[in-house]
Design a protein around this ligand. Sequence first.
Ligand code: GRF
Length: 201
Amino acid sequence: CRVVVLVSGGGSNLAALLTACADPAYGAEVVAVGADREGTGGVALAQEAGVPTFVERVGAHPDRAAWDAALTAAVAAHAPDLVVSAGFLKLCGPAFLERFAGRYVNTHNSLLPAFPGIHGPRDALDHGVKLAGATLFFVDAGTDTGPILAQVAVPVLDDDTEASLTERIKVAERAQLVEQVGRLAREGWRLEDRRVVVGPR
Ligand code: GRF
């Protein structure tokens, strides 16, 4: 299973995937890593691992549609079976979503549909929920609204700060991502409306 990973940040999820992929029995291979900005830790990690990288900045294109087309082409050039958004902070456009429909997953640091958007742990703390977590889902045109593949919960502790909760979520999130990408790679999958069915097509 050829996997392209998209990152905007430090890339700890990417690092976990790269480690897993070192075992051929895992079933997936990271064939390229893309970013929406220069100088991310994720791209540096990929380069150290000898994985091809590309960067498509929105600002380098005349408009969002042109960026969408360029990102779509850059990803498609690596012929992925699966595209993984791992801390990629851009919403992909219609060209991308059409091209990779049913093959584009995102990991988000809340238990969706609660707390979509970029402040999952902070919003969970502010709301006072006692369970937080991470959701892996197939991306659709909404913000964090697509069909859910897997979720993992972690407790919110009385003395949590945004930083401590964020870190606890990330540990569980990485394990979930590695487990589920491997499962998709080895078993295959299909989408039936909003249900994700893992197994032979
Ligand atoms: C993840 O927790 C993801 O849910 C959030 O950003 C984090 C990415 O971390 N949107 P990293 O770059 O993989 O370390």
